[in-house]
Each structure stands twice: as C-alpha cells, then as structure tokens.
Design a protein around this ligand. Structure first.
Ligand code: B12
Length: 315
C-alpha cells in the first residue's frame, strides 16, 4: 500500500512518507523534554501546543499501526478590498487559504484512490514538522520551518494515522531531526525576523514572540503586522536562499467591494453583519481559520498604509 500512496502523491505533485507509531512517541517525548527544560515558553505551550493528541485520543481508531504525512505545495494568495478611493491589496502567505479543509480533502482523495483505507484514516493531531522530519519527508531550516528540495518551505503538511497494515516493517525506526547543511553558517533569516525570534544559537523558535502568533491571536493587536500580510509573516522565508525564486503568488479570486469591506471593518463577525451574505460567500472561499480577526488586521494594515502615504513633516 505504501507504493500505492507514493504513486497517488506523485500523480498529484505531492510528496508522502509513512512510518510506524514510534515516530509519535519520539516527537511527543522531545516536546515534553523541551517544555520541562524551559526551552519552550510555558504560556505559549499551554495556549498553542497542548492540543496535540497524538495517536490515541485523537482518533476513533483504536489500534494505530502507521502514520502517513503528505506535503502539498501551496502558493501565497493576493486578495483585494475596495476602499473609498483605491483598491487595497493584501497577501495571505502559503497555507492560510482553506487550511483545515485541505486535511479533509487530501484524506478523501486518498481513500477514493485506495478504498481499503476508507474509514481507516484519521487526521493526525501532532507536531507535524517533527513527525515529517523523522519520517524523512522534510529537513529543518534555521528559521524552524521545514524544507523539501525544489519546493523550499512553501508547502502544507497534512498527517493521518491508520489502523490498516500498510506495510511498515516491524523493525522500522524513526530517523533523526535534520538541519539543512546550508543553515549551519547562515543567519540571514535570523537578521530578517522583525521580532528577533530566530536565535542563531538554537533551531527552536522563540515562538511566543513571533509576528505570526500576534496576527492570529484573539484580542487587541498590540504588535505590528508584517508588511502587507493579512495574517502571518513571510520575512524569514522570503530572505532564505533555499527559497529563492520558489514563492508562487496567485490571486485567490476574491475582491470585497466597498460595502463588504466596510462590513468586515465594522466588526469581528462579518458573516453575521452582512445581511446579503455576499461577504459571507466570499469569506467561505477563503476558508480562513482566523476569519474572526480579518477586520481587526485589515484595519491595522490600512492605518499603516495611510501613515506611510502621509508627507514626512506631517507624521
Ligand atoms: C503552533 C504553530 C505555529 C506557532 C509556533 C511555531 C513554532 N515554530 O512552534 C506560530 C503561530 C508562531 C506559527 C507560525 C508559523 N507557522 Co505554524 N504551526 C504551528 C503548529 C500548529 C505546531 C508547530 C509545533 O509543533 N511547534 C512546536 C515546536 C516545538 O516544534 P517545531 O516547530 O517542529 O520545532 C522543533 C525543532 O525546533 C526541533 N529542534 C530543536 N532543536 C533542534 C536542533 C536541530 C539541529 C534540529 C534539526 C531540530 C531541532 O525541536 C522541535 C520539535 O520538538 C503546526 C501544525 C502542526 N500541527 O504541526 C504549524 C506549522 C508548523 N506552521 C506552518 C507555517 C507555514 C507557519 C508560518 C510560516 C505561517 C506564516 N506564514 O506566517 C509561520 C512560521 C514561523 C516560523 N519561523 O516557524 C506550517 C509549516 C510548513 C513547513 N514548511 O514547515 C505548519 C506545519 C502547518 C502545516 N500544517 O503545514 N506556527
């Protein structure tokens, strides 16, 4: 079945790797160690990493036999909001558009191709980079993202567990965490990070200070957003030599007209406020996990843009 999965992935331009459940034990043990050693910020851990459930409680599958991780190349997307006098364009970095939907779509696609897996694939809720690296699918970069040759870091990882015997050898062992050799003496991403979360001394991110985290967190936005990114940040990826020329940018095919933009800017729940539901339909196309925060972040980007337009003496 592993070769069927490989063929399925190759036909779609995806990559796939499979392994035994030991990979989950190792990923979990390392995370627990990093938390106990104080290498991971305690509050950050509780708010952002405590949801990992690994193989057992995450699934209806009682007896997990194998782990499957798929890498799907993703572009960045551009979308527009019509303002009173201009059209305001923003970027959604790779993985934001339809993030959650992709997990289900890939699973449905796999089971359509390999019917034996129907009802036997459950979404894996675990640290996917760490699992994918131990499966040999990806390699870490200094910026703490993972890389695949010819794709750079511009892909989404989706993971599954199965109780089917897909052909993992009994003596299968997870591989080590690996860093791209070119990162050894390179600190370009570290210098480019607006909040200094990439430390030259360690690969582990100081994620509690990452611009992406602020952009996705509920509540008041007490930090700057990154350039024109509605969510997330591209700073550490765009400067990375291993990503050179690899970022694809596509229009998402959604423009919010003036009334819809005002609806979005007027409050957090654009769907509820938009009586005609046209903004809601467009938001559904984006399928953003962070949808409730669009208005807040858009207002911040527009304010920053207006400030930059003003003559210096007036600032
Ligand atoms: C929480 C989270 C965040 C948090 C925290 C990020 C973090 N690094 O922990 C925030 C909100 C900041 C975030 C930001 C982003 N995220 Co995010 N995020 C996640 C999530 C849900 C979990 C990540 C995680 O496990 N963190 C825990 C830490 C401890 O694990 P780790 O990052 O793998 O770090 C390992 C290494 O540091 C290793 N390690 C320690 N020392 C050493 C030394 C060496 C030599 C080596 C090799 C390794 C090593 O130990 C750690 C594992 O125990 C995953 C989805 C998922 N379910 O996995 C997506 C995910 C990691 N995010 C993703 C993306 C795309 C992003 C952003 C690029 C989005 C954006 N454009 O802004 C940024 C990138 C920020 C950055 N430079 O890493 C993708 C990454 C794809 C890829 N190519 O790798 C993922 C996998 C989502 C997905 N399904 O594809 N994210």
């Amino acid at each position: 079945m592993i070769s069927q999965l490989q063929q399925w992935a190759a036909e779609r331009g995806f990559r796939v790797a499979c392994g035994g459940v030991r990979v989950l034990d190792e990923a979990r043990a390392e995370l627990v160690r990093q938390r106990s050693a104080g290498e991971l910020d305690a509050n950050f851990y509780t708010s952002n990493l405590d949801f990992f459930r690994y193989e057992n409680s995450s699934s209806n599958i009682a007896d997990v036999k194998a782990v499957i991780v798929v890498a799907v190349p993703r572009p960045a997307h551009r979308l527009s909001f019509e303002l009173e006098t201009e059209s305001f364009e923003v970027t959604l970095p790779p993985t934001y558009v339809r993030y959650s939907a992709l997990f289900k779509e890939v699973r449905d696609d796999i089971t359509a191709e390999i019917p034996e897996l129907h009802g036997h694939l459950e979404v894996l809720v675990a640290p996917l980079k760490s699992v994918a690296c131990r499966l040999g699918l990806v390699t870490y970069g200094r910026n703490n993202l993972t890389y695949i040759p010819e794709w750079g870091s511009y892909f989404q990882l989706v993971g599954y567990v199965t109780d089917e015997d897909i052909g993992i050898a009994d003596d299968w062992c997870p591989g080590p965490l690996t860093l791209m050799p070119e990162c050894e003496n390179c600190a370009i991403c570290s210098s480019a990070c607006p909040t200094g979360v990439i430390n030259e001394e360690r690969v582990l991110l100081h994620a509690e200070l990452c611009t992406t985290l602020f952009s996705e967190q509920l509540g008041d936005l007490n930090h700057d957003l990154s350039a024109d990114c509605l969510f997330g940040c591209l700073a550490c990826q765009q400067v990375c030599p291993a990503n050179s020329g690899l970022l694809q940018i596509e229009p998402v095919g959604v423009t919010f007209d003036r009334r819809e933009t005002e609806t979005i800017l007027s409050g957090h729940d654009a769907r509820a406020r938009d009586n005609t539901e046209s903004a809601a339909r467009k938001l559904a196309v984006l399928g953003l996990t962070e949808e409730a925060l669009i208005g807040r972040n858009l207002a911040r980007l527009i304010a920053g843009h207006s400030q930059a337009q003003q003559p210096r003496a007036h600032r």
